[in-house]
Design a protein around this ligand. Structure first.
Ligand code: ADP
Ligand code: MG
Length: 322
């Protein structure tokens, strides 16, 4: 079991940013409205994620750290309509296989639980006072898999990857307040008031948010909302394009192309907008069970969606006659 968990960890947990992503996705799935993330030493020494979500019952903690145990789907039919960010039941088992983990968690009104795991083994559990919610502390990531450490980039790059993950999650969940800090120093704070433009302002700056246009379109299957920058704010990399499918940040070539098509008529190639494109769709039309990191999805009616996005974006950028 320890070995299989380490193998699974190799697929899901590539770097500190993967830990941050998985833990924050769990917080979001638990209905948190406030999420704080702090890391030390680019996440290698320590990562702490604290939320005000549902918490975990005392006798469910072991299960949460067991591979393939998930509370989010219960049979193979559910796999075709996943509405949570997680569903594979791999993250906590994988993370605890390659680090030292402490969890402090409490459900509403209950006494809390503190449990510790290390290198895939449980070290202890006790009752502990805690507010409703969950706080997970991950220390000495990859301490027992030194080969993994060699693949990491510079601390600067690893930090950028953490910031990038939090940015995208925050853009997908404007109703959630995120705080990200590096050894206590705040890097990002979103208000969580549900306003996407406000979230964009928190992340990219107010001057950018003010130069963005609303995207809005709908057909029988999809609802597309978001923001796109006016041509004067063009970027030279596509890193500022975020596609969120039911809140999940995804990578999708076709949809990227659709965004560029809606934008592209204005400018030569390799000039990218800053864009947040948020798609709401019935989970039945999405297969998220394609890749362990869940960033690739298979979409029914991708062509229809592409057309809707292209139209929505070109409409958003049409000069408005007052
Ligand atoms: P998955 O998210 O795919 O279900 P994880 O290994 O990430 O698998 O988490 C295992 C289980 O632990 C979840 O299904 C959930 O029940 C519980 N869990 C994990 N993190 C939290 C959290 N922050 N708040 C509440 N429950 C959590
Ligand atoms: Mg998860």
């Amino acid at each position: 079991e320890t070995l299989t968990n380490q193998i699974a960890a190799g697929e899901v947990i590539e770097r500190p940013a993967s830990v941050v992503k998985e833990l924050v996705e769990n917080s979001l799935d638990a209905g948190a409205t406030r999420i704080r993330v702090d890391f030390v030493d680019a996440g290698l020494k320590q990562i702490v994620v604290q939320d005000n979500g549902t918490g975990i019952e005392r006798d469910q903690v072991d299960l949460a750290f067991t591979r393939h145990a998930t509370s989010k789907i219960s049979n193979e039919h559910d796999l075709f309509k996943v509405s949570t960010l997680g569903f594979r039941g791999e993250a906590l088992a994988s993370i605890s296989a390659v680090s030292h983990v402490e969890i402090l968690t409490a459900t509403d009104g209950a006494i809390g639980t503190r449990a510790t795991f290390s290198g895939g083994n449980k070290k202890g559990q006790e009752d502990a006072a805690s507010q409703k919610g969950t706080k997970i502390t991950v220390q000495d990531l990859f301490f027992n898999t030194p080969a993994r450490l060699k693949y990491l980039r510079s601390p600067r790059t690893e930090i950028m990857k953490i910031v990038d993950i939090i940015n995208r999650l925050a853009l997908g969940y404007p109703q959630v307040s995120f705080t990200l800090s590096n050894t206590g120093k705040i890097l990002l704070r979103t208000t969580g008031n549900g306003n996407l433009k406000q979230t964009v302002a928190n992340i990219y700056g107010r001057h950018i948010a003010e130069k963005m246009e609303d995207i809005e379109a709908e057909d029988t299957d999809f609802k597309v909302t978001g923001l796109i920058s006016k041509p004067e704010l063009t970027r030279s990399t596509r890193n500022f394009i975020s596609i969120l499918l039911n809140g999940r940040y995804i990578r999708n070539f076709q949809l990227n192309t659709a965004i560029m098509d809606g934008y592209g008529s204005k400018l030569e190639a390799r000039h990218y907008p800053i864009a947040v494109v948020s798609i709401k769709v019935d989970p039945l039309l999405v297969d998220v069970n394609v890749h362990p990191t869940k960033q690739e999805v298979r979409l029914s009616k991708e062509k229809e969606l592409s057309r809707l996005i292209t139209t929505a974006i070109s409409n958003a950028l049409v000069e408005k006659v007052e």
